[in-house]
Design a protein around this ligand. Sequence first.
Ligand code: TRP
Length: 353
Amino acid sequence: MKDIILTGDRPTGNLHLGHYVGSIKNRLKFQNQGDFDKFYIMIADTQALTDNADRVDKVKNNIIQVAIDYISAGIDPEKVTIFIQSLVPELFEMTSYFMNLVTVSRLQRNPTIKDEIKQRGFVKSMPVGFLTYPVSQAADILAFKSTIVPVGEDQLPMIEQTREIVNSFNYTYKPEKTVFAMPKAILPESAVCKRLPGLDGKVKMSKSAGNAIYLCDDKATIKQKIMSAYTDPNHIKVSDPGQIEGNIVFSYLDAFCEDQHFAKFLPDYKNLDELKAHYQRGGLGDVKVKLFLNNIIQELLAPVREKREYLIKHINDIYEMLFENSKKASLVANQTLTEMKDAMGLDYKKLLK
Ligand code: TRP
């Protein structure tokens, strides 16, 4: 049987380059290889509400933004079913049954949840829905019998939790026929793509840290952000030897630069190794490297921006597609839910004689 792919994002803001290298690139690879049975991308509005209960408008308005980001980045709605989490109510019924298979202490040990509790100021007082979102995420994955989940590194604990739930379900209910597939996370290959640093060089690229380049940024904004990116603070004169470790411009080149970019934009060098060696030796200025990076990012994002301009004029069509797809997703989830309840013995129709 071929793979069923499912992944998703919370609609809390526009997608940035961290999302692009962290998961969109892998999604495009799978989409273009075409070697799958089904491919779903879920806009996780309900999960977004677990730490945005009082910001419903923000979540609601970002659904279309994220959908436009996907499609403008190359996700093809003909090949991939993009849908909205809250429009698939079966997911939440499944979550209820899964919650009985997971302990509170197990959720509290989840490293991503631990980090997020600190970031969100939930140390003293945390919404129940927030603590339990990994269980709901397991339902997202299992409802579609997904085998492959292309995600960023921070999502690994969620996939691990999902796998534990499958084992616990099988152990507890001993289904005669397999209900759930065992999902596998697919991460980006290189370390820098797993965790793209922000422009400030301090933490990973994120909306909350204000250190991101967005897929929808305009040309001037992209250039301004790249020109102000953190480099090596001790590389003052062009002739000074420079450090590439922790130098954001080189991290981004590691993530985005290919040999062909040199022929196009910087023919004095053949590849990134040559450029790095020159920088380390001294004699290569930051501005030259930044302008090179700027060319690469502009080339990547110009068609994305152009597609976005077109899509913005067709917002209704996109909403209709999302609603239609959510109905289809709901039918699939309903089938799995029925199998799940049968396996659990929650099949009350059989009581009728
Ligand atoms: N937790 C993911 C994020 O923060 C979003 C998400 C929800 C997801 N359900 C999922 C990702 C299922 C992969 C599979 O972006």
